[in-house]
Design a protein around this ligand. Structure first.
Ligand SMILES: C[S@@+](CC[C@H](N)C(=O)[O-])C[C@H]1O[C@@H](n2cnc3c(N)ncnc32)[C@H](O)[C@@H]1O
Length: 228
């Protein structure tokens, strides 16, 4: 049986490992499974998660000198020293878990603030274009009855491998595009993971990956929309 580790993570590892740059930030790293795969080619990785519990566990099991795990206090202390210094930022399945619009915006602001002018940002989200598919190879989804593509709504997903239920937030693609643009970020490429709608047998993709760079007119501008 497949899960996101078989469908999404290998695409992201290959993508990130193919990008140039010596300093990587895994923003919202979770338990660090993906972080560890990125560390295989010995670049320096900062891995940050808002959950102190997760970071405590990740630090305890970390054996790789190239990975530095940061909890929210440590992250707040060093954040400003990393302004425009990070060559590659990965933010996988974080934005689509955030319900608050203010926090959603502040995370995108953070990513833009930290990204080097010639850096690349790789963001993965639950694919908004297949928001109404009830069952894929890896999960069941339970939508509110009046869910509409153009609205923002929360729904539940049950993983077939773990049986864990998670809350996810649907936002239409234009909200991602506009929010990135507001912070000087431009989508260069979109990749949709392979998959099927188990009800119809047609193509249905669980995850969407954005490869993003800084808009040229914003590169070099200091303190871009820095509100903190
Ligand atoms: C679904 S997990 C994804 C973990 C990992 N990136 C992956 O792809 O396996 C989402 C993670 O984002 C973290 N997160 C949520 N909001 C965050 C925020 N505002 N800042 C940093 N991390 C956040 C959560 O604590 C959680 O560990």
């Amino acid at each position: 049986m497949k899960g996101k580790q078989q469908i999404l993570d290998p695409i992201i590892s290959k993508l990130v490992n193919g990008l140039e740059g010596s300093l990587i930030l895994d923003y919202g790293c979770g338990e660090g499974q993906l972080t560890e795969k990125l560390a295989l080619n010995s670049r320096k990785i900062i891995a940050y998660d808002i959950s102190k519990d997760i970071i405590r566990k990740s630090k305890a099991k970390n054996k790789d000198n190239n990975i530095i795990y940061l909890d929210s206090d440590e992250y707040s202390r060093v954040r400003d020293s990393f302004e425009k210094k990070i060559d590659i930022i990965l933010c996988s399945l974080v934005l689509c878990t955030i319900e608050s619009e203010d926090i959603f915006i502040s995370v995108i602001e953070d990513l833009s603030y930290l990204l080097h002018d010639r850096g690349k940002l790789v963001i993965a989200v639950c694919n908004p274009l297949f928001f109404n598919v009830k069952e894929t190879e890896i999960q069941f989804r339970l939508f509110p009855s009046r869910a509409k593509y153009n609205s923002i709504f929360t729904y539940e997903k049950k993983s077939k491998i773990t049986n864990r239920i998670r809350k996810e937030v649907h936002r239409p693609l234009r909200i991602y595009e506009n929010s990135f643009n507001n912070f000087g970020l431009e989508i260069e490429k979109i990749i949709q993971t392979p998959g099927i709608d188990m009800e119809t047998g047609f193509y249905a993709s669980d995850f969407m990956i954005f490869i993003i760079s800084k808009l040229e007119k914003y590169a070099g501008v200091e303190g871009l929309k820095k509100t903190r």
